[in-house]
Design a protein around this ligand. Structure first.
Ligand SMILES: Cc1cc2nc3c(=O)[nH]c(=O)nc-3n(C[C@H](O)[C@H](O)[C@H](O)COP(=O)(O)O)c2cc1C
Length: 199
């Protein structure tokens, strides 16, 4: 069983988070889950009240199917700086911040560790583990662009929420599948979330 941390913050694109969670749960992963206050709000604003944090498991089963029950997750408070993933001595092999707000991006870029999301990301960088950041904003200011550069220089993978259209998406779920597929690929999972490019 692989253990991956998932952080959901208050940028638009909550569906990228739920699709990524479901795809990892289907693959029998254990997810260490942290959701910021605005991440909680965006889940409800964009996916409906059914995606409220206390109903998230039921939402994932209803939207993505029973197979998500193959995995498990533990939800931590973003205020809990004593949680397992706040320490480098835990077994969490990688972390995905999806979607990542510009505020959280700034906090990670500058090593602020003001909350569990920023601290867990900091741990991934200092331990040289996989950190995938999925930022979403447009247009971007120079500080935001520089913060992405800082994170990339520190070893994070910057994977902007930029779904492609060459796979001929028909639905919003197709777009979410594309981003989740990119994330799974970067974590080393085989997947068929979108058709591979045949040239
Ligand atoms: C409806 C809504 C959409 C938002 N979309 C974005 C966004 O796409 N990108 C972003 O950086 N911030 C966005 N924000 C602002 C962040 O939620 C805000 O900066 C917040 O403080 C982020 O905190 P967090 O990183 O702790 O979740 C949005 C806020 C709201 C209410």
């Amino acid at each position: 069983m692989r253990t991956i941390a998932i952080a959901i913050t208050g940028a638009s694109g909550a569906i990228y988070a739920t699709r990524t969670m479901a795809a990892l749960l289907e693959r029998e992963c254990h997810l260490e889950l942290v959701i910021s206050d605005y991440g909680r709000r965006l889940l409800r604003d964009e996916l409906g009240d059914g995606a409220a944090v206390d109903r998230l498991t039921e939402f994932l089963v209803a939207k993505y199917g029973e197979r998500v029950k193959k995995g498990s997750h533990t939800l931590y408070s973003n205020k809990d700086l004593g949680a397992r993933i706040a320490s480098g001595s835990q077994n969490c092999e990688g972390m995905v911040v999806v979607p990542c707000s510009m505020k959280t991006l700034a906090g990670i870029a500058h090593g602020l560790s003001r909350n569990l999301i920023e601290r867990a990301a900091d741990v991934m960088l200092k331990e040289r583990r996989t950190l995938i950041i999925v930022p979403r904003e447009t247009p971007m200011s120079l500080p935001q662009l520089k913060n992405m550069t800082l994170c990339a220089e520190a070893g994070a993978m910057i994977m902007p929420a930029m779904p492609a259209f060459y796979q001929m998406p028909k639905t919003l779920d197709d777009l979410a599948d594309f981003m989740a597929g990119k994330i799974l690929g970067a974590l080393g999972f085989a997947h068929d979330l979108y058709p591979s490019w045949e040239g």
